[in-house]
Write a protein of this length. Structure first.
Length: 192
């Protein structure tokens, strides 16, 4: 059995995402972000397919995506309040890493396992950022799967979606906690 890493246990027991609207400058620069991406890429990947990739969004790219939200959302029939939420999320961000779910053809590894792996990368990136002293938040929504937004906005190909938009930055305040699941209500013990 591996040696217990109490610092990691303590971190995982108390970790909290920072709301994206509370994230501000300074944001991780490339030298600070690359180790976080490296940690996230250590996610379990059955078959070593790497069914995910990263797109780092900052500056004018975020403005462009905020501007694209209205026409793409309207064409897709997205309600105005949800379009406005996406516009604000991109316009007010300083750094977002889009984790792209990019499944690979495989007779051995089912699509669902590849999608799960991409989702795991999102949590790994959030945890890597939080453990490194940054604020982080995982956001999805219609801009993560609507082709009218994904293809022109991020250049995604058929079959690709966004597993998550990971907002990163500095968070000066202690993130608010939220109610956590009742373990007894969500756990079934089976011994026969």
């Amino acid at each position: 059995m591996p040696t217990r890493n109490q610092a990691a246990v303590d971190f995982l027991t108390t970790r909290r995402s920072c709301p994206a609207k509370l994230l501000k400058a300074p944001y991780p620069d490339r030298a600070q972000l690359e180790p976080l991406l490296t940690m996230a890429a250590r996610t379990p990947d059955h078959g070593k397919l790497e069914p995910w990739r990263f797109i780092v969004l900052q500056g004018a790219a975020l403005t462009r995506l905020a501007d694209l939200a209205e026409p793409a959302g309207a064409e897709a029939g997205i309600p105005e309040d949800k379009i406005a939420k996406v516009q604000t999320a991109f316009a007010s961000a300083g750094l977002i890493v889009a984790v792209i779910s990019s499944p690979k053809p495989s007779e051995k590894i089912p699509l669902i396992e590849q999608v799960y792996s991409a989702g795991s990368v999102c949590l790994a990136l959030v945890n890597a950022a939080l453990a490194s002293g940054w604020g982080a938040n995982w956001i999805s929504g219609w801009a993560a799967y609507e082709d009218r937004f994904l293809q022109p906005g991020l250049g995604l190909t058929a079959g690709e979606t966004v597993a998550g938009y990971i907002h990163l930055g500095s968070c000066d305040s202690t993130p608010p906690d939220r109610p956590r699941p009742n373990l007894n209500a969500i756990t079934q013990w089976v011994d026969q």
